[in-house]
Design a binder for this molecule. Structure first.
Ligand SMILES: *[C@@H]1O[C@H](CO)[C@@H](O)[C@H](O)[C@H]1NC(C)=O
Ligand SMILES: *[C@@H]1O[C@H](CO)[C@@H](O)[C@H](O)[C@H]1NC(C)=O
Ligand SMILES: *[C@@H]1O[C@H](CO)[C@@H](O)[C@H](O)[C@H]1NC(C)=O
Ligand SMILES: *[C@@H]1O[C@H](CO)[C@@H](O)[C@H](O)[C@H]1NC(C)=O
Ligand SMILES: *[C@@H]1O[C@H](CO)[C@@H](O)[C@H](O)[C@H]1NC(C)=O
Length: 340
């Protein structure tokens, strides 16, 4: 079996919520890449292993439960007339006609270590917490990540998943920089919105509640990921020690981004959108491996504003250390953020 992005096309009833379906352009661009034969083989082996161990079954059940817990009560709130008039096709996709078993029937895509750059806006020392929205306006995003050891194909337990993304108008918390919104806004250093850390469970899984990222100049919409292994938790709920085994960025389908960007307050941004196909990190992360650094997703309700559930499986080389690649713009202390 091949767990490429083409596999998920089997989800015939979904249109708006096609998990894993990317822009046609990025297909052809990726097809041009030199996929390493060895990487392909290890992906397939991993997929088989995960299936046999029942890890995929548990992933499907868990994702169905998370989706169920967060989805809106569509049948009660549905405005059929409005839906029919504006977007009949997509409303059927994710609402009454789609069962969880349909949505999650496919196997999780195993991504082979898409190591990517850390970027200029990592803040070290963030808090371990699941809901990182901090009241930011925008489309709710539930992220479910599963981390797999690419050497053993086993889930990585007790990996600390560190995430950060910009807010709906393209600004990161915790960083004061002319490249990040208003460079004179020193108060931003003390903010932590859309940043946090979660520990993976015995299935290598952790989740966050955040807000779908907006965009800023020169970059496609993305979420940053760092994976810390062998780290310890301090009494103030931050991490110390261990290694950074993984650095990457995860992306979203262009048509999903377009839908989000059409809503308020994303649509107040006057910054030009950089598409996935034009993004250098998308290119890097899909270059030399069978890597698919895109969220699979489903909409949580009739309207995009109800939120998005995104899930991703990330392969990590736990023997690797990327500590020296992980430069940070600031670090969080008990007295707030400090620029480096
Ligand atoms: C929906 O449209 C029908 C036909 O135009 C109309 O009779 C009905 O009142 C509308 N329902 C609502 C809730 O607006
Ligand atoms: C995004 O964050 C910046 C910096 O804190 C803030 O000025 C801006 O209002 C935020 N955007 C929204 C939509 O809240
Ligand atoms: C942004 O979206 C809101 C809600 O749909 C709409 O009322 C507003 O006119 C839009 N603004 C722009 C600049 O398109
Ligand atoms: C994993 O990382 C180790 C240490 O850097 C390296 O020797 C090994 O080649 C890596 N394995 C893969 C599959 O990339
Ligand atoms: C947490 O504790 C460590 C060790 O005392 C300290 O260096 C760090 O600033 C603290 N972080 C926060 C957010 O309080």
């Amino acid at each position: 079996m091949h767990f490429t992005k083409f596999t998920v096309l089997a989800l015939g009833t979904l249109t708006m919520a096609h998990p894993g379906v990317h822009e046609p352009n990025s297909y052809s661009s990726m097809a041009k890449r030199d996929f390493l034969k060895g990487a392909r083989r290890s992906l397939d082996l991993c997929a088989e292993h995960l299936e046999k161990r029942g890890i995929n079954d548990r992933a499907r059940a868990r994702r169905a439960a998370v989706f169920d817990a967060h989805k809106k009560h569509i049948l009660q709130t549905r405005d059929t007339n409005k839906t029919v008039a504006t977007n009949h096709k997509s409303s059927l996709d994710v609402t009454a006609s789609t069962s969880e078993s349909e949505l999650f029937s496919q196997n999780p895509v195993c991504i082979l270590a898409p190591e990517g750059e850390v970027g200029p806006f990592w803040v070290k020392g963030e808090l371990i917490r699941k809901d990182i929205s901090d009241g930011q306006a925008g489309v709710p995003l539930i992220m479910d990540g599963q981390f797999i050891d690419i050497n053993t194909c086993e889930p990585i337990e007790e990996l600390y998943w560190d995430v950060w993304n910009c807010n709906s108008t393209g600004v990161y918390s915790g960083v004061q920089s002319s490249m990040n919104g208003n460079g004179n806004d020193a108060s931003n250093l003390d903010k932590s919105f859309l940043r946090g850390i979660q520990k993976t469970d015995s299935d290598g899984v952790a989740q966050f509640k955040t807000v779908f990222p907006g965009h800023y100049s020169g970059r496609a919409t993305h979420v940053h990921v760092i994976g810390h292994t062998n780290a310890h938790v301090l009494p103030n709920n931050t991490l110390t020690g261990g290694h950074i085994s993984h650095i990457g960025q995860v992306f979203f389908d262009q048509d999903l981004i377009s839908k989000v960007e059409a809503t308020y307050p994303y649509n107040t941004s006057t910054v030009a959108i950089t598409k996935n196909i034009d993004d250098h990190v998308v290119e890097d992360e899909t270059e030399d491996s069978a890597s698919d650094p895109f969220f699979e997703y489903a909409l949580l309700g009739d309207s995009i504003e109800d939120g998005v559930f995104g899930w991703v499986t990330l392969g990590v080389n736990v023997s690797a250390s990327h500590d020296s690649d992980a430069s940070y713009a600031a670090y969080l202390t008990s007295k707030g953020g400090v620029s480096t």
